[in-house]
Design a binder for this molecule. Structure first.
Ligand code: CP3
Length: 358
């Protein structure tokens, strides 16, 4: 343990499969959770969210705890993912942002100039409503079920800020990156403390692992990722590393970036569904040595029926084993290769979890 290490006052987990796998130990069963398991597809979610806006619900401790726990009660997954959003730390800092149903985060005013960047609010402290919600969640989870906290990575957050909302091609973001690199670097540097403070707040409240979502990093070339993004994601993961909890790093369509992203310093690399796990592991191990893999069932397969689903799950488990046997990976956490799709039937998620566990 280095002098910098600050072990947080976390609860003690007992053979939690996800944490064991993340630490390179053999879990009691194949651990599984699904990105976007909370919210969206569950009828009990739609019921409790009625009449409450998405972002308001993220600041209501009892409600965010209830929504976080719903999929754990229903599906027997090995972890809860905190019900929140990547823009919650921005809203908590005072940025004008809403989540528009069917679209995603939309900003009152985009961040385009040097002045906009200097005026962007920074989250200085904790987020008390989220911390209270985490307390309620931990009271209900068993000591083998982990609670995963998360944040959006600076590139993905910057994309929403610069574009002013969801973007197909991220053209304004890339224009700033290449046309005004000083402003770009200033924006990235300004986002780091907001993200770090949001994660520290979740860690203080007792989360068991963190995931850094760089959802849109796959739109970048490896060269641009390395120059314009990697230093900032590295800084965030380094700060979080002082607390000694497993760190997961994930982005969509990042097959070409796995090596570069692995340098940011997580224990676990989330793998998008487009890349076979054994190939992904080779790319990661070649740059950073073997890490734990997370992934990577295509979320569309949850619509395919039991036989094809079982076949795909077996293929993915076999590819993870191949990677481990080759010394290219040190473990596997089962997940989707991106989030649960909105129309997914809840019972099909439960069935997938039971196939993965068997
Ligand atoms: O189940 C979970 O994954 C936990 C909660 C969670 C949400 N957002 C809740 C949410 C998590 C981890 C996120 C992260 C998030 N938010 C990401 C990164 C992960 C990813 O999916 O790539 C991104 C890019 C966002 C931004 C965002 N928020 C988008 C693109 C959307 C979808 C808009 C839509 O309606 O299609 C949201 C809204 C959102 N975040 C919903 C939920 C449950 C849906 C809102 C609703 O139910 O009204």
């Amino acid at each position: 343990m280095s002098a910098l290490t600050i072990p947080a006052a976390r609860r003690t987990l007992n053979n939690a499969p996800i944490i064991d796998a993340a630490n390179g130990k053999t879990p009691t069963r194949t651990p599984v959770w699904f990105m976007r398991q909370a919210g969206r597809s569950l009828p009990e979610y739609k019921k409790v969210r009625e009449g409450i806006s998405m972002l308001d619900s993220c600041f209501m401790p009892e409600l965010l705890a209830e929504i976080t726990l719903q999929p754990v009660r229903r599906h027997d997954v090995d972890a809860a993912i905190l019900f929140s959003d990547i823009v919650v730390p921005l809203r908590a800092a005072g940025v004008g942002v809403e989540i528009v149903a069917g679209r995603g985060p939309v900003l009152d005013a985009p961040v385009r100039s040097r002045e906009d960047v200097l005026n962007l609010p920074v989250l200085e402290g904790n987020v008390p409503e989220v911390e209270q919600g985490i307390g309620i969640i931990l009271d209900e989870l068993s000591d083998s079920q982990a609670l995963i906290g998360f944040a959006g990575a600076p590139f993905t957050l910057a994309s929403y800020l610069v574009e002013g909302g969801p973007s197909k091609n991220h053209e304004k973001t890339k224009a700033m990156m290449h046309g005004d690199p000083e402003t770009w670097h200033a924006l990235m540097a300004r986002l780091v403390p907001t993200i770090v403070n949001s994660l520290k707040s979740q860690i203080d409240a007792g989360i068991d692992a963190v995931q850094l979502f760089d959802s849109w990093a796959g739109f970048l070339t490896e060269r641009d990722y390395t120059e314009f993004v990697l230093p900032y994601s590295t800084e965030i993961l380094e700060e979080v590393g002082k607390y000694q909890l497993p760190r997961i790093h994930f982005g969509v369509g990042t097959g070409e970036l796995l090596g570069a992203m692995s340098k940011a310093g997580s224990e676990v690399m989330g793998v998008d569904w487009r890349v076979p796990l054994d190939k992904a592991a080779e790319r990661i191990a070649a740059v950073s040595g073997p890490k734990v893999l997370q992934g990577n069932l295509d979320p569309a397969l949850l619509f395919a029926g039991r036989a094809p689903l079982t076949k795909e799950i077996e293929r993915i488990k076999a590819e993870a084993q191949t990677a481990i046997d080759a010394g290219h990976a040190t473990g596997h956490i089962f997940n989707l290769g991106h989030g649960v799709l909105p129309n997914t039937v809840a019972e099909d998620i439960t069935e997938a979890v039971s196939i993965i566990h068997s």
